[in-house]
Design a protein around this ligand. Structure first.
Ligand code: HEC
Length: 120
């Protein structure tokens, strides 16, 4: 009985710590310089999103991404963390697999929205 309890505790600890390792915290990455949409955000979309979002909303191809995000109401500059774009990629971890965004990419997107989500 005692042995199985220790075993169970062990599994719980392993479970909890492995979750911590997987969790990406964008707050850990601090971006201080202003973020450029065309130079820093569109390349992320180009790399990791347009495989699916070339015609699916939001359309994220270079040159179309900005209008698609603004017109589709995916950006909330008043409460940046609540932007649909940010929630989708940071909280839902969309997309799954190899194209999940890194902590730095998430921080860049959040900072860009905090800067006022300009088409710069
Ligand atoms: C493997 C294909 C695929 C990739 C890659 C992908 N998406 Fe998606 N995305 C989808 C599908 C399918 C949906 C609709 C279903 C859903 O909401 O999950 C969607 C939905 C979304 C939505 C919500 C749309 C809405 O109307 O609510 C956003 C925002 C989004 N994707 C952003 C992104 C961003 C940013 C990237 C790149 C970092 C990305 N997606 C990469 C397939 C993909």
């Amino acid at each position: 009985m005692k042995k199985s309890l220790i075993l169970l505790a062990g599994f719980i600890i392993i479970g909890v710590t492995s979750c911590e390792y997987k969790y990406i915290d964008p707050i850990e990455v601090e971006i201080t310089d202003p973020v450029s949409f065309s130079e820093q955000i569109e390349p992320i979309f180009q790399n990791k999103c347009i495989g699916c979002h070339a015609s699916t909303s939001p359309v994220l191809t270079t040159g179309n991404a900005y209008n698609s995000l603004i017109d589709g109401n995916f950006i909330n500059t008043t409460v940046p963390e609540s932007s649909k774009l940010y929630e989708k990629v940071a909280i839902e971890g969309h997309p799954e697999g190899n194209n999940t965004l890194s902590a730095t990419e998430l921080a860049l997107i959040l900072k860009w929205i905090q800067d006022g989500a300009e088409n710069n």
